[in-house]
Design a protein around this ligand. Structure first.
Ligand code: RFL
Ligand code: PHB
Length: 390
């Protein structure tokens, strides 16, 4: 079997890449270790930056997002029982859309299959070979048999725990890693969101976040230990901790049945470069951000935009300029998002190791932000999203 671009992973990065390449007349095959049902139900990100919203609309997969996505023009930062609203629209002229990642995955799979696209589910890649030649190939297992996919380019879109990144010899890559001394306990609940906009709360007992998925489904998070034992968290305990951390005069947190619970450890990670011969890394395979800035999915989409431009030029005319600068171009945006996500995380979480002095400095930084249009604008510009290609 032969194709132009062999794509490992059917998350948002792999699927969007396959879709945009198809629009540019480039063939691909997507190999995904999980089932279609599994990837279509995996609950993850929810906040789309404006440039990503536009990319989905411009490429013809935005119909359901336009109908069901929740358009927000601001976010609230809550501390000391008071809200400071970051007016995204007034500060930047733009906003965000709250729309579930798993719906984007569903929309992209539907679009690829309708266009005759080749996505192979339950097909696990076990090796990427001859990456430094012009005839690389992927070995994968499906239906108990081993198969080979020959391609001109391999796109490693297999997430943080995939195989693509580790295929690059250790001497040819450098990793930058930071683990945070906490995680997030996230829930999905069948209850109308208690706030019309996303709320980021900094509290002495730890950070909390109120988000949503639809007018009747809420998504909330609590800062917790990175290895927090979920068994210790009854629904009642979760709701009562959320109401303490999200408290504000005139605000009442509505509770409801919890349909999903999970703990996510928090880390920042980047591998450089994001290319090795004919292998290109995209999305979580190359970088992880703590979710406080809501950047992970958005960064994956930006990598896809950069690689699509590069492959379009290369397949059309043999022009290697964009391909040669793929990693450098992506990393400019990746590091800006890393900085922003680290800063939002540091600003809003409770760090056990902080001295009383450092805690006061953290509070003063929030206060300085609230008192400054310039600082609020810097936050807003990053939150609504930098241009996809910097
Ligand atoms: P994914 O989505 O992990 O997809 C990788 C796919 O590769 C498959 N795979 C393989 N397939 C074949 N062979 C192999 N050997 C394979 N190994 C792996 C996997 O099964 C999977 O289907 O990576 P991708 O496409 O790069 O997308 C990245 C995003 O999923 C991620 O960055 C976001 O979800 C992060 N994130 C958020 N991002 C945002 O932009 N806004 C948010 O509000 C936001 N909130 C979040 C988040 C992530 C969270 N968690 C659970 C990590 C909130 C949470 C709680
Ligand atoms: C979410 O809705 O899941 C969400 C929102 C904002 C974040 C992270 C996650 O910063």
């Amino acid at each position: 079997m032969r194709t132009q671009v062999g794509i490992v992973g059917a998350g948002p990065a792999g699927l969007l890449l396959s879709h945009l390449l198809h629009l540019a007349g480039i063939e691909s095959v997507v190999l995904e270790s999980r089932s279609r049902a599994y990837v279509e139900a995996r609950i993850r990100a929810g906040v789309l930056e404006q440039p990503v919203e536009q990319l989905l609309n411009d490429s013809g997969v935005g119909e359901r997002m336009r109908a069901e996505g929740l358009r927000h023009e601001g976010i609230a930062l809550r501390t000391g029982g008071r809200d400071h609203r970051i007016d995204l629209a007034a500060l930047t002229g733009r906003g965000i859309v709250v729309y579930s990642q798993h719906k984007i995955v569903q929309d992209l799979i539907a679009a690829r299959l309708a266009a005759g696209g080749d996505i192979r589910f339950e097909a696990t890649c076990i090796g990427l070979h001859d990456l430094r030649t012009d005839a690389p190939f992927i070995v994968y297992e499906q239906d108990g048999r081993t198969h080979r996919l020959d391609c001109a380019i391999v796109a490693g879109c297999d997430g943080f725990h995939g195989i693509a990144r580790d295929t690059i010899p250790a001497a040819a890559r450098q990793s930058f890693d930071r683990e945070y001394p906490f995680g997030w306990l996230g829930i999905l609940a069948d209850v109308a969101p208690s706030s019309p906009e996303v709320v980021y709360a900094s509290h002495d007992r730890g950070f909390a976040l109120l988000s949503m998925r639809s007018p009747s489904v809420s998504r909330l998070y609590l800062q917790c230990a990175p290895d927090e034992d979920l068994a210790q968290w009854s629904d009642d305990r979760i709701w009562s901790e959320l109401s303490v951390r999200l408290a504000r005069d005139g605000f009442a947190l509505q509770d409801g049945p919890i349909s999903q619970k999970g703990v996510t450890p928090m880390r920042s990670f980047v591998v450089e470069p994001m290319q090795y011969g004919r292998l290109f890394l995209l999305g979580d395979a190359a970088h992880i951000v703590p979710p406080t800035g809501a950047k992970g999915l958005n960064l994956a989409a930006a990598d896809v935009a950069v690689l699509t431009r590069a492959l379009t030029a290369w397949f059309r005319s043999g022009d290697t300029n964009y391909l040669d600068t793929y990693s450098e171009t992506c990393l400019r945006r990746v590091w800006k998002a890393q900085r922003f996500s680290w800063w939002m995380t540091s600003l809003l979480h409770r760090f056990a190791e902080h001295s009383p002095f450092e805690r006061r400095v953290q509070q003063a930084e929030l206060d300085a932000l609230f008192g400054s249009v310039a600082a609020s604008t810097a936050l807003a510009e990053n939150y609504v999203g930098l241009p996809l290609i910097l």
